[in-house]
Ligand binder design. Structure first.
Ligand SMILES: [Zn+2]
Length: 110
């Protein structure tokens, strides 16, 4: 006889078992699993669900006020202008490659 795993017992407790009828029959027939289920039930009943407190419409503003000073100000990334492209090494490399291709094409055409 294959016993029921703890995961299956937990699913059975919460009503999410795949085959609750088979588990129920097994629990009636098997003393070990029945004891395990009884112990598990006692443990799970001690866990009380925590009630989520209600939030009002100004909750977001309250959170923002409480963390405002600890969050660094957002700086938008610099846009890539013509000057920005030439200022970066990648921009210079792109322009150099384009010039090299142009010169190569010119001499290949002659
Ligand atoms: Zn069993």
């Amino acid at each position: 006889m294959k016993h029921i795993s703890e995961e299956q017992l937990i699913d059975y407790y919460y009503g999410e078992a795949e085959s609750p009828a088979a588990i129920g029959e097994h629990l009636e027939a098997c003393r070990n699993c029945a004891q395990a289920y009884s112990s598990l039930t006692n443990d799970l009943e001690e866990i009380k669900p925590v009630a989520v407190p209600a939030r009002d419409a100004a909750y977001g503003e309250e959170v923002w006020r409480s963390i405002r000073e600890s969050v660094p100000a957002y700086k938008s990334p610099k846009s890539k202008s013509f000057r920005g492209w030439f200022g970066s090494n990648w921009g210079f490399a792109a322009v150099a490659t384009a010039c090299l291709l142009l010169v190569t094409t010119f001499f290949a055409g002659r």
